[in-house]
Write a protein that binds this ligand. Structure first.
Ligand SMILES: Cc1cc2nc3c(=O)[nH]c(=O)nc-3n(C[C@H](O)[C@H](O)[C@H](O)COP(=O)(O)OP(=O)(O)OC[C@H]3O[C@@H](n4cnc5c(N)ncnc54)[C@H](O)[C@@H]3O)c2cc1C
Length: 425
């Protein structure tokens, strides 16, 4: 049995900790948030490898894990159908996965309200020093401390998040308040809106109390919009009192003026169904989109995983699945080689190229949207967008080391008579 420290008690850290505990190790998760984290009910696309990771983490998977959709639809500005595609996927939510993983973790494994400051490697062990003066020592450290990982900053300071040039407006809207038209044309689908240079995706997720029954669900959306210049981004990250939040603005701080302007733009640019969803979303919030691409993820007894190692643009819908793959690979390497630097090297061998491939695919999916209107426009029609967004990448780029590649159930539907084809350029 090894002693392993996990920095970060969000989805990635909890996946790793639960898997390692179940494989017989002593695990301590150091999380800076003092209380339960809040994911605002935002949606998570699931893939086979995520379910494999959850099972290894001791989670029983049943229908309550998410909402199943069987098709995708792109809507034009007038609300008519541009493209459709059959694809069965389960859409979960951050809060649901967090609750399942927190419930699975033995209570004495979590050290909450403690912020890690520095990591020191000694011969045969690794030591954490925290801002409250506490320190911890163990055989190996797994850093799952997110986009702005302090552990990555210490071991690979040259790897910094790269702003992609656009933001995602996000939110969830109660099913019960939506019109019959929106419910009957898009609510039960993975929906897309493709105005030039922008993209909206949305799908149903569980509602309050993780209810997945009809009438109680919510519709989760992400609307990608350009915010190219520093000044434009800074304005969006400034609250109504004029305070700038450069590292990310919390949902309750987003300026009502920006929300109002975004809703006005939604009425002009998006299908009325999406405009209604956005209008009736109580608290839309926004997140700048970043890429993080590491060149090393193992430093002796220190391993980076999840968003600390790679952040791919959310078009790939792979963040939590990748964290699950990382967690399983770490547990496998420790199982094979012990909690030693050799296990770290084997983990890096298994996951580095996969992480880089996912980041590159996210860039590719974002590039076509950003290039519209420029001389180097990347052409892609709505069928291609529906086919490529947030799909299981195991069969596409072979990023899974655990899941035997399976061909997803994909049938291209004949275009319905009323639909229009449009090139997005
Ligand atoms: C718009 C958008 C849509 C997305 N959609 C999807 C999707 O559809 N599917 C999907 O799979 N993923 C999606 N993601 C990504 C997903 O949310 C993350 O990839 C996933 O949660 C894995 O993150 P993590 O646990 O590694 O890090 P995080 O979730 O960032 O957690 C890091 C944890 O570390 C803690 N921490 C940080 N610093 C310290 C410190 N110094 N000491 C102690 N604790 C610390 C933090 O408090 C936090 O709890 C999306 C992301 C965005 C922005």
């Amino acid at each position: 049995m090894a002693h392993i420290l996990v920095v970060g008690g969000s989805l990635g850290g909890l996946l790793a900790a639960n898997i390692l505990v179940r494989e017989g190790h002593r695990v301590q998760v150091i999380e800076k948030a003092p209380a339960t984290l809040d994911g605002r009910g935002a949606g998570i696309v699931t893939h086979a490898a995520l379910f494999e990771g959850l099972r290894r983490a001791g989670v029983t998977i049943d229908d309550s894990v998410g909402v199943e959709v069987t098709s995708r639809v792109a809507l034009d500005t007038d609300g008519s159908v541009v493209s459709t595609r059959a694809l069965t996927q389960v859409l979960s939510s951050w809060s649901r996965l967090y609750q399942l993983l927190r419930d699975a973790l033995p209570a004495d494994c979590l050290v909450a309200g403690t912020t890690v400051r520095t990591v020191t490697e000694t011969t045969g062990s690794v030591r954490l020093d925290c801002e409250d003066g506490r320190s911890f020592e163990a055989d190996l450290l797994v850093a799952s401390d997110g986009l702005r990982s302090v552990v990555r900053q210490q071991f690979a300071p040259e790897i910094v998040p790269q702003y992609a040039g656009y933001i995602g407006w996000r939110g969830v809207c109660d099913e019960a308040v939506l019109s019959h038209m929106t419910l009957s044309t898009v609510f039960d689908c993975f929906g897309f809106g493709l105005p030039p240079g922008e993209q909206l995706i949305g799908y149903p997720v569980a509602g309050a109390g993780n209810a997945t029954v009809r009438g109680k669900r919510r519709f989760n959306f992400v609307w990608y919009r350009p915010a190219q210049g520093e000044a434009e981004l800074a304005a969006l990250l400034t609250d109504a009192d004029g305070v700038h939040h450069p590292l990310g603005i919390s949902p309750n701080k987003v300026s009502w003026r920006h929300v109002a302007a975004m809703r006005t733009a939604a009425r002009a640019l998006l299908a009325p169904q999406f405009a209604e969803i956005i209008e009736k979303t109580a608290q839309p919030f926004l997140q700048p989109i970043y890429d993080v691409c590491s060149s090393h993820i193992a430093f002796g007894r220190v391993l980076l995983m999840g968003d600390a190692s790679f952040v791919a643009r959310p078009h790939v819908g792979m963040g939590v699945t990748k964290a699950a793959q990382d967690a399983m690979a770490i547990a496998d390497c420790i199982g094979r080689l012990g909690a030693e630097p050799a296990a770290g090297l084997a983990y890096q061998e298994a996951r580095l190229a996969a992480g880089q491939a996912v980041v590159e695919r996210g860039r590719m999916l974002g590039r076509y949207m950003q290039s519209q209107g420029s001389p180097n426009t990347v052409r892609r029609d709505s069928d291609e967008v529906l086919r490529e967004t947030a799909i299981d990448l195991a069969p596409v780029v072979g990023v899974s080391i655990h899941v035997v590649p399976v061909v997803p159930v994909v049938h291209v539907l004949p275009v319905a008579p009323k639909t229009k084809q449009r090139r997005h350029q």
